[in-house]
Design a protein. Structure first.
Length: 114
């Protein structure tokens, strides 16, 4: 009978350790989940676009934004098209490599100063 009681005490001790470890894991998961989405403005989108290397299309920009602003970036659905328009037409900092044709989107390249 005493061997059984010793075994029960040992199992209860291990269970207590496991529960403490589980509580620590739950706390760390909650801290990551509580990160608020970062609200991205058009100016931030422009900065991301200007830091892109080589050829890119509008479909490549959301991935670049997620790399730059890791915790779930939130931006207006018109932020990317408006930033592209401003950079191409108004500020002339990026240029078209190929224009949009049918379903195929345009490709762009950042103008580099030599």
């Amino acid at each position: 009978m005493t061997e059984l009681q010793v075994e029960i005490e040992e199992l209860e001790r291990k269970l207590k350790i496991l529960r403490e470890a589980q509580a620590l894991l739950d706390d760390s998961d909650k801290s990551h989940a509580s990160l608020k989405p970062a609200h991205i403005e058009t100016d931030d989108v422009k900065k991301v676009i200007l830091n892109m290397e080589g050829e890119f299309s509008a479909k490549d920009i959301p991935a670049a934004i997620k790399r730059k602003f890791p915790p779930k970036p939130y931006y207006n659905k018109s932020a990317i098209p408006s930033a592209l328009h401003q950079l191409v037409k108004l500020e002339k900092q990026i240029e078209y490599l190929t224009l949009r044709s049918g379903r195929k989107g345009a490709t762009y390249q950042v103008k580099r100063k030599h």
